[in-house]
Design a protein around this ligand. Structure first.
Ligand code: NAG
Ligand code: NAG
Ligand code: NAG
Ligand code: NAG
Length: 508
């Protein structure tokens, strides 16, 4: 009998626990305030005591004794939760049956957005042109524009200022959708919208008909008011615009048969080209996307000039770009300024705004200037090149740390009077550009975060300058020692034999 009671109560506790489990654990936002949901509690609304489908009975301790609250939830998306709740009820006899009677239709609805929700694709198609309407008036004398940012899930809205709404200025808003759903046959989505002053959450209602439609935005971070498009605080009347398509191809040896990754020396970003599109990304996020619009003829098959449509972050425009294939694994790039309009159509001559050098990821090349290089300031060599392998370099930045830093040679080339070496620090993985004057290797300049060519390094400050007082081959001590002994001991062939033997022995 006693056993049965224990068993029953265990079963009761278990079912009670699992029955009360709240499924949407995590940190949420309600009107910008954080609210935490755990498996059995929702913010300071209370702990769950009973549950039936989406109806919950919660309890919390107050100075007046236990407070009971009824809560009903309307999960519309993994990242969006609507709920209604009652006031505190100080009645220990509260139960779910009474809750279902208490939840009347006129109890106000609350909206929760999951904090740091991973964006989802927006249920609207970019690009589009739109006019808009706020409670201050209608702006339809100028066309506003919506387009994608380099990060595909992010949209940019360029609101034009209109004389019809005097105190409304032109503004650029970014938008990232976090969920979409349908309710009573209407299409909704929620988004994080932001501009320079910060981020907010908004609900949207979408009414599409063919290639045009309307989008209504809520006044605040709640969806409850947005029962129909007429209730929106701002309404966009849009018309679908056509996206920009590529009309030419970037050099085939930049992508070849399989995808190739190029690394920027200036920014550390990764570049990938594929036919008419070129994407630069950092930490897996697109940062710039170029679309090839027109190729201009050049007099060399190592130079390529293009006019492109560019999306840099959330900014779009037109840009001239010139590529110079220095070697199969080194490309110098010259970028013109980004122009918002298509006005300059000729890229055969353009003023260069920035330069970069792209390195084919994973490439390496044997180092030049092999040997040990000394400075008058340090007892040991400050630079050793090709001594432990033909790709290795050891650089001493500070004489008090003679063990130095290991680098791997990635590329080298001659340009005008200078020789260039590109090497990668084995520890930080950073690329460095080094230059020296070809015929006298006595001053080596090291640059970081710079395009590795004449123009860029000439206007940059070296990260390090190495002044060599003398140089030597990698293993000089043995050979010079041998020659010295041999010449000073000509008389004794015996001795010489021994020396040769030790020499061979040392080599083994
Ligand atoms: C919610 O939980 C996080 C940690 O998960 C905590 O840092 C934060 O302070 C909590 N917020 C509230 C309002 O309790
Ligand atoms: C990067 O851009 C390309 C081209 O616009 C797009 O197809 C891709 O989805 C984007 N990737 C991300 C992570 O945004
Ligand atoms: C969208 O607006 C741009 C700039 O005002 C215009 O060139 C383009 O033709 C418009 N597209 C449509 C479909 O109205
Ligand atoms: C390199 O060292 C020599 C001799 O110590 C000195 O005369 C010269 O000015 C140094 N050059 C630079 C650029 O530091």
């Amino acid at each position: 009998m006693l056993h049965h009671i224990i068993l029953l109560s265990v079963v009761f506790v278990l079912s009670q626990g699992s029955r009360c489990r709240l499924p949407w654990t995590g940190v949420w936002l309600e009107n910008g305030n954080e609210l935490n949901i755990t498996h059995n509690s929702i913010g300071n609304l209370g702990n769950c005591v009973q549950k039936s489908r989406d109806l919950y009975l919660l309890t919390s301790d107050t100075s007046r004794g236990p407070c009971y609250r009824c809560l009903i939830t309307f999960p519309v998306h993994e990242n969006v939760l609507h709920y209604k709740t009652t006031q505190c009820i100080f009645d220990t006899a509260m139960n779910l049956e009474r809750c279902s009677q208490l939840m009347s239709a006129d109890t106000s609805m609350h909206t929760l957005f999951r904090k740091e929700a991973i964006p989802v694709p927006c249920p609207i198609e970019a690009p589009m042109n739109f006019t808009y309407q706020t409670n201050q008036g209608i702006c339809n004398s100028r066309t506003s524009h919506l387009h994608r940012c380099a990060q595909y899930d992010r949209l940019a809205l360029h609101y034009q200022a209109c004389p019809e709404i005097p105190n409304r200025e032109s503004a650029i808003w970014q938008m990232e959708c976090i969920g979409s759903w349908q309710s009573f046959g209407l299409h909704y989505f929620a988004a994080r919208v932001g501009y320079s002053a910060g981020e907010q959450y908004r609900c949207f209602i979408h009414d599409k008909s063919g290639s045009s439609g309307r989008i209504g935005e809520s006044a605040d971070a709640g969806c409850q008011e947005l029962t129909h498009i007429g209730a929106a605080a701002t309404t966009l009347h849009y018309r679908q615009d056509s996206p920009v398509h590529s009309a030419c191809e970037f050099p085939e040896n930049m992508y070849g048969e399989k995808a190739r990754n190029w690394e920027s020396m200036l920014l550390g970003t990764y570049h990938r080209m594929y036919h008419g599109s070129w994407i630069s990304s950092i930490k897996g996020r697109n940062d710039t996307v170029w679309t090839c619009l027109q190729q201009f003829p050049t007099d060399s098959n190592e130079h390529f000039t293009y006019r492109t449509y560019v999306t840099k972050g959330c900014k779009v425009g037109y840009q001239c770009v010139r590529l110079h294939m220095r070697k199969p694994h080194i490309v110098h790039v010259e970028y013109g300024e980004i122009s918002p309009s298509e006005s300059f159509a000729d890229c055969s001559e353009f003023s260069v705004e920035t330069r970069d050098t792209l390195i084919l990821h994973g490439s390496k090349e044997a180092c030049p200037i092999g040997g040990k290089h000394y400075s008058s300031l340090c007892p040991g060599p400050i630079l050793q090149v090709g001594c432990s392998s033909k790709y290795s370099m050891n650089l001493v930045r500070d004489c008090s740390y003679p063990e130095g830093d290991e680098l791997t040679c990635v590329a080298n080339f001659k340009h005008e009077d200078n020789d260039f070496i590109i090497a990668r620090d084995s520890l930080s993985r950073q690329l460095f550009c080094m230059t020296y004057v070809s015929d006298r290797i006595n001053l080596l300049r090291v640059y970081d975060r710079v395009s590795c060519e004449e123009v860029s390094v000439n206007s940059a400050t070296p990260y390090l300058s190495l002044n060599f007082s003398s140089s030597d081959s990698c293993s000089p001590s043995l050979l010079t020692g041998f020659l010295y002994s041999a010449t000073s001991d000509v008389a004794s062939p015996h001795h010489l034999m021994l020396l040769i033997l030790t020499f061979i022995w040392n080599f083994l």
